[in-house]
Design a protein around this ligand. Structure first.
Ligand code: SUG
Length: 440
């Protein structure tokens, strides 16, 4: 019997607001705001604790080393780490900001995961995302691949592939554009959502699409999925233009449920008919009408970036607190969704620090289905218990800055402290410090 383990990305100590993600309205809207990395990490840890307290198995993934000196060297900066820092700050503060982004916290973009029970090899396949639509995110891929290869090293249970080729035709943003619909008497259906494809068709006009059909098809192949288990679905270009930069901002799946906004997909009625017929009518689809929650409200409240957890006996919905603050969204959740999703518990979580960069509850987690043996085969100390949670909170409280501006990123003493904090986290999580070499 396998169960879903949520691995949340721990926010790194360089979390800041640089307006780096064009098409992500929150990121652009908070450019230059002063961030609070300590609060950001504590908010994330509080969310993890909430799940753990309800009996869900909760994992944690560490931040990456920032700034990413390895990329700066690749771009021609030379000398000691301190010399590199000085040069890049003089020549391009923006580049330093990109290379210092804590964006690896949004682990829904770390990889796409195909559970062992869904494919022929009977191994969980993880395909690290190349994240190439934005420079600051593309530099995550190397360290993410090393980390996943270390944690999921046991070839009896796991296979971690290489990221897809880093060219626009294979732009891939991981699990954020993938939905798995579990079905009782047949193989799970995998819905891959993309924004554009080589054959043309409608594309967004304002904002970029971040996932291609070709990338999604390649991941389905790598995951060893049979053709009848795979659907490739195009995002609604209007949704992308309204700020839906990933599918998980407008739709989500859990077990046999699919929850989506009325405007999530192109040709939505046909898409949903096909989901129904492919699943032998065993899927529960809840479509949220524009009249109840507008596209704009979906984006500002992040309703669809919530997490549905648990089985039918105790189904829980965990939403960002922004959904509680929007009266229409709250009403819809507490009446319609409570009933249609048969929810036993609804809770709102404060992730404001991450939300200001466009990262809600679901962005911060990567779902991995694991049975007991596979769970035991994991390397590192990544499954949260009271002790680990306490230790992480203590480390964050002691070492994370409470206020961070761009200027501080250029300060050598600050950088040394941040690097030491990252090393301390790896020590606490029983991860080899050599994993940090990819960023040095
Ligand atoms: O890629 N924001 C991230 C948010 C990712 C959210 N993830 C999911 N939806 N799964 C992004 O747009 C902003 C960083 C900055 O502006 O400083 C950023 O990268």
């Amino acid at each position: 019997m396998s169960c879903e383990v949520n691995f949340d990305g721990l926010v790194g100590p360089t979390h800041h607001y640089a307006g780096l993600a064009f098409g992500n309205l929150a990121s652009i809207g908070h450019q230059g705001a002063v961030s609070n990395p300590r609060q950001a990490a504590l908010q994330g840890l509080e969310k993890m604790r909430w799940l753990m307290d309800r009996g869900f198995i909760q994992g944690v993934l560490p931040p990456q080393l920032r700034p990413n000196f390895s990329v700066l060297r690749q771009l021609g900066f030379q000398g000691s780490l301190q010399a590199i820092l000085t040069q890049v700050w003089q020549q391009s503060p923006h580049l330093l900001s990109m290379c210092s982004s804590a964006s690896a916290m949004w682990v829904a973009n770390a990889a796409t995961v195909i559970p062992a029970c869904d494919n022929e090899s009977q191994r969980t396949v993880l395909v690290p995302a190349n994240l190439l639509s934005h420079f600051h995110r593309s530099i995550e891929a190397a360290a993410t691949t090393s980390l996943l290869r270390y944690v999921f090293a046991d070839r009896n249970y796991f296979q971690v592939t290489a990221p897809l080729p880093a060219v626009a035709a294979y732009a891939d943003e991981g699990a954020a554009n993938h939905m798995r619909i579990a079905l009782p008497r047949q193989a799970a259906l995998h819905v891959f959502v993309y924004g554009n494809d080589a054959n043309g068709g409608r594309t967004p006009s304002r904002y970029p699409s971040r996932q291609t059909r070709e990338a999604s098809a390649a991941i389905a192949r790598l995951g060893g999925l049979a053709e009848q288990q795979v659907m490739l679905v195009k995002q609604n270009p209007e949704a992308i233009d309204a700020g839906v930069f990933h599918n998980d901002v407008i739709a989500l799946s859990h077990d046999g449920l699919l929850l989506c906004h009325q405007q999530a997909f192109l040709n939505q009625l046909q898409v949903l008919d096909e989901v129904r017929s492919r699943s032998g009518d065993q899927v529960t689809i809840v479509q949220v009408p524009e009249a109840d929650v507008s596209l704009q409200q979906a984006v500002s409240s992040y309703l669809f970036n919530s997490q549905i957890l648990g089985g039918a006996a105790h189904r829980v919905l965990l939403l960002p607190v922004e959904c509680e603050q929007d009266a229409a969204v709250k009403r819809y959740v507490e009446t319609e969704l409570r009933q249609q999703l048969a929810l036993q518990e609804i809770a709102y979580v404060d992730l404001q620090q991450s939300m200001r960069n466009g990262g809600g509850p679901a962005c911060l987690r990567l779902r991995v289905n694991l049975d007991k043996a596979a769970l035991r085969a994991l390397k590192g100390r990544l499954i949260l218990d009271d002790e680990l949670h306490e230790q992480l909170v203590a480390l964050v409280q002691k070492e994370y800055p409470e206020r961070l501006t761009l200027e501080q990123l250029a300060d050598w003493q600050f950088t040394r402290q941040v690097m030491e904090t990252t090393r301390n986290l790896y020590r606490l999580l029983d991860l080899p410090l050599a994993l940090l070499d990819a960023s040095l």
